[in-house]
Design a protein around this ligand. Structure first.
Ligand SMILES: Nc1ncnc2c1ncn2[C@@H]1O[C@H](COP(=O)(O)OP(=O)(O)O)[C@@H](O)[C@H]1O
Ligand SMILES: [Mg+2]
Ligand SMILES: [Zn+2]
Length: 322
């Protein structure tokens, strides 16, 4: 899986802290109960001696070993039941001194055998939303609330086909997926909406997605050029532009275009093509404007390697407020 490495390390640490916290808390409750209810202290002393008793039975030998072990077991079950009762009589739940993990399935280890538990997948997805740069939009702009009624009949089939392609790309995303898209169209036609839906779907499948505006992406590269480690887009390290399983660059064409920004942009898209890592670009620019704005080597890479998707219609934000 392509989880973001920093996220993964952090989440693993959180899980091991959670696990230790749950055990420590149970141990603390147990100690308190032992002080408060000596009868339980006595029961626990007997229960924890069971191993030694079994050893004793086995070493002593004699024909009735299994019978005596079974008796021990019955005694223990009765003690455990009694222990729960005493706790309840004293106003505690019967499992008061048990370890209470947040997740019963994995005991807060994050794994069931060697398979990652759903709770850890969820934690990673949540972290992925944050580190994707999408935070506030996640959950609001989805495929399910993407409505085709806003597009004029003449362009609706094209939009449907384009969005259908993006949806199957996202839903089928796996470690071998490699596909690039460039989505063009004027403001308010759902480019950001649909790519947010793609990002969320791919993050939920456990991959590392980086969603940035062209302005902040190139800003990050500029900061590096000036030796400044501070980042504009919350990306700690520009290597994520190369390593993310999916990079989505929103609003290409709104950045300052100069020889530096062009070379950063080329570096990123070219390296990703060579590494067969998927990239999606959103832009208000037309194909002709892309050609005249960027170096040939950039536009030829885009036209050669990116599947174009064209949105046409009337600003949906305006349609909604009417
Ligand atoms: N097909 C759609 N169905 C429902 N809402 C949409 C659709 N397309 C866009 N919107 C909404 O309209 C607004 C503008 O869309 P946005 O994706 O930001 O446009 P763009 O990025 O193309 O400028 C957003 O609030 C978005 O959720
Ligand atoms: Mg947009
Ligand atoms: Zn779990």
């Amino acid at each position: 899986m392509g989880y973001n490495k920093a996220d993964y390390i952090r989440i693993r640490e959180e899980f091991s802290k959670k696990y230790i916290r749950a055990r420590d808390a149970a141990e603390a409750r147990r100690r308190e109960i032992h002080i408060e209810i000596p009868e339980i202290f006595e029961i626990d002393r007997v229960l924890s001696g069971t191993g030694m008793e079994i050893m004793g039975i086995i070493t002593a030998g004699g024909g009735n070993t299994s019978e005596r072990v079974a008796q021990l077991e019955a005694r223990n079950n009765a003690l455990i039941e009694k222990r729960g009762r005493i706790l309840e009589e004293n106003g505690y739940p019967p499992d008061h001194t048990d370890i209470h993990y947040e997740c019963d399935k994995c005991g807060d280890t994050g794994y069931v055998d060697t398979v990652m538990c759903d709770c850890m997948k969820r934690a990673l997805a949540r972290a992925g939303y944050e580190s994707s740069g999408l935070g506030h939009l996640i959950g609001k702009q989805t495929f399910d609330n993407f409505d085709y009624k806003y597009y004029p009949e003449s362009s609706r089939p094209v939009v449907e086909r384009g969005v259908g392609m993006l949806r199957s790309f996202a839903e089928g995303f796996n470690k071998d997926t490699y596909c690039n898209f460039i989505i063009t169209g004027t403001t308010g036609l759902g480019k950001t909406h649909v790519t947010t839906a793609v990002a969320q779907t791919v993050i939920d499948k456990g991959f590392d997605v980086l969603y940035v505006s062209a302005v902040s992406m190139l800003g990050d590269f500029e900061q590096r050029r000036f030796g400044n480690s501070a980042s504009i887009s919350n990306v700690d390290d520009i290597s994520r532009y190369y390593e993310a399983d999916l990079l989505i660059i929103d609003d290409l064409g709104t950045e300052v275009v100069n020889k530096f920004t062009q070379s950063y942009f080329y570096e990123v898209i070219n390296a990703r093509i060579n590494a067969r890592k998927s990239t999606i670009i959103n832009t208000n620019l037309t194909a002709t404007e892309i050609e005249t704005t960027y170096y040939d080597r950039i536009s030829s890479r885009i036209f050669g390697e990116y599947q174009p998707i064209r949105f046409k219609g009337v600003d949906i934000r305006k349609q909604k407020t009417q």
